[in-house]
Write a protein that binds this ligand. Sequence first.
Ligand SMILES: *Cc1c(COP(=O)(O)O)cnc(C)c1O
Length: 388
Amino acid sequence: MTSFNDEYSLLAPGPVNLHPEVRKALALPMIHHRTPEFDVILKRVLAGIRQVFQTKEDVYLLSCTGSGGLEALLVNVISPGDKVLAIVSGKFGERWAEMAKTFGADVSIINVPWGETVNPKDVEAHLQRLPETRAVLCQACETSTAVAHPIQKLAEIISGFPETLFLVDAITALGAYSLPMDEWKIDGLVAGSQKAFMLPTGMAFISFSKKAQAFFEKATCPRFYFDVRKEKKANASGETFFSSNVTILRALDVVLNLINKQGLESLFHAIHRRAEFTRIFAQQLGFTLYAKSPSDSVTALVVPTTMDGQKIRLELEETHNITIMGGQDQAKGKIIRIGHMGYIQDHELLKLIDNLGQVLRKFDPGSLTLEQISMVVNDGKQWLENNP
Ligand SMILES: *Cc1c(COP(=O)(O)O)cnc(C)c1O
């Protein structure tokens, strides 16, 4: 049984460990969203979150999970019958393509083998053939495979096509590594509260480029809850259109303040450092990396062929009080996935490596000696000290 005390590590690629200040904010007494107290918070959050999106455009704060944000990106800019190109490189890419089909888009798919990145030339060739394509859909980080796609390169290509918008699912990327929306010319971007934003599940944050905003009126997809035109108007008068998610927005205010104090670059560095550490020392234990171009937000490790990833995951949780994730679909049992977003301290990283070693030893006593495990952990400790 997992005990949810301060020794518990939630190292999933979302939801994530919460910062103590965030936990405090979540415990505050409820206030109404139409109050001067909340008005101040909403105003500050609407202004502050642009810094993480690295945009001058409006960012909308939606009460829904990340998937609602993906739907909002689509329905505000596409119309039934529009051609859409979906890059499918894992579970989340599959789902977004399905969603676009559900809204009547004429969806073409570039299938990318799991663990690999899309070749930008394939996207370019597709758009040259079908320049009327309304949107290209891609994950910045495909969380099911831990792959980071070449977003800057793709944006550079797509921005050359005047009819085509580049919509990016950055639910495990925005806030974990740099994705400057304006500079790179990304047309639609979605982030999720429980992933890189280090909050509980329940909100999605989205933004559109000017090029995308021009489609708000032209798009004929049915939309009501996710009609950003209503949200834009409400935000302009200092409100959200529906009831505000007071609890999460107050916690977001805390997160933005923490990011502001730390600096975006320093936040990205901290996440990169955890990813580097995990990649180096998990490989020393005998795992290999699943992603050819690994994301800093999550690491996918191929487990030794004699073992079952699901069992490793369970054992780590039941015996060592650490939650990580297994693989989905075709990667089920073959990989484990470790998240690097959220409030993670160095001692948790060392414990993770130590405990992973012990779990491997439990399932295959010949795989590692106790001395080998403690050597890897000691090297890890040195590395953390030498790489602040
Ligand atoms: C988690 C995730 C989603 C889905 O988000 P929900 O909050 O579960 O709706 C979509 N895309 C990616 C890349 C994700 O990591």
